[in-house]
Design a binder for this molecule. Structure first.
Ligand code: AN0
Ligand code: CP
Length: 312
């Protein structure tokens, strides 16, 4: 594998999940593979899990890691070709990507959607800028459209926690005071399309995700109906896609409660706002898989790094 931009870059998902679970059994087995190889982690946005789990994965493989926060520490980058750079930006992606390619053997990038301009976000200027101008493999640590390391960790968690061969999995929108990106929900949908499961999405009207990603996945606007007999409830807030970036409602009736969850297992990518998205009683119960999901981020990243190391 050369780059990891979406879950489909991995090849057969079940095989990848099985390999990640093997890595989890003995995380330092391939310590020699990453010797003298350097991973660069570039953050244009905040992170806890992605930053530490990807670093941990690299260390498990014997790699060196360099981390840079572009938000406030790097030069403001320009992404448009032919611009007269007499405004806010100090360095063009052309130079930055080539320079980083000399210091690192692969580069991982986090650059969220602005949620202001749909077309600009969907052009993925940061990720694609590095794809175009870097000469090393590129890994997506959450871009405007996708968060495939999260989706892979979620697939690993589902494989570990499933009690039936074809579980019912529901992706439910939940309220949040801020406008959040669509990437986690998009990648979860893309991953679930590769699973043998009964999968549906529930959200208030106006919160339809990108039709090109959802395709013919069932959408049920009645949350209670959607959650009936669910085995897994994956919860996430996202802002409106059609009214791009808008918070149309914060209706607390969409919060996940213990009563709504029933006997299902609860999933969330974290960070989560307690008693807004989901009540304490769920997060503090045995039915919550959120800590296991965060743990599996390490093995998801480790599988991705290993596959790229094997190709360079
Ligand atoms: C981000 C999001 O919703 O995409 C990151 C989640 C992994 N969450 C927040 O900004 C709270
Ligand atoms: N789930 C996730 O990506 O968390 P961070 O934003 O803390 O990296």
């Amino acid at each position: 594998m050369k780059n990891y931009l979406s879950i489909t870059d991995l090849g057969p998902l079940a095989k990848g999940v099985a390999e990640a679970l093997k890595l989890k059994e003995n995380p330092t087995r391939f310590q020699g593979l990453g010797k003298n190889k350097t991973l660069g982690l570039l953050f244009f946005n905040n992170s806890l899990r992605t930053r530490l789990s990807t670093q941990k994965a690299a260390l498990n493989l014997g790699m060196n890691v360099m981390v840079m926060n572009f938000g406030n520490e790097g030069w403001a980058l320009e992404f448009t070709d032919g611009t007269v750079m007499d405004q806010g930006t100090s360095e063009h992606i052309k130079e930055a990507a080539q320079v980083i390619s000399q210091y690192c053997d692969m580069v991982a990038i986090r650059a969220f959607a602005s949620l202001k301009h749909k077309e600009k976000d969907e052009a993925e200027k940061v990720l694609n800028g590095f794809m175009r101008h870097a000469s090393i493999p590129v890994i997506n640590m959450e871009s405007s459209i996708r968060h495939p390391l999260q989706a892979l960790a979620d697939a690993i968690t589902l494989a570990e926690a499933r009690k039936t061969s074809r579980p019912k999995v529901v992706l439910s929108w939940a309220p949040h005071p801020k406008a959040l990106p669509h990437a986690v929900a998009n990648s979860f949908v893309e991953m679930m399309k590769l699973q043998d499961a009964e999968f549906l999405v529930t959200h208030p009207e106006g919160y339809e995700l990108n039709k090109r990603i959802v395709g013919d996945v069932r959408v049920e606007y009645d949350q209670q109906k959607a959650l009936e007999n669910a085995d897994f409830v994956y919860v996430k807030n996202w802002s409106s896609y059609n009214s791009y970036g808008a918070v149309l409602t914060q209706d607390p009736n969409w919060m996940i409660t213990r009563e709504k969850l029933g006997s299902a297992q609860f999933m969330h990518c974290l960070p989560v706002r307690r008693n807004v998205v989901v009540e304490d009683a769920v997060l503090d119960s045995e039915q919550s898989l959120v800590i296991a999901q965060a743990n599996n981020r390490t093995y998801a990243a480790q599988l991705v790094l290993k596959k790229i190391l094997e190709s360079i």
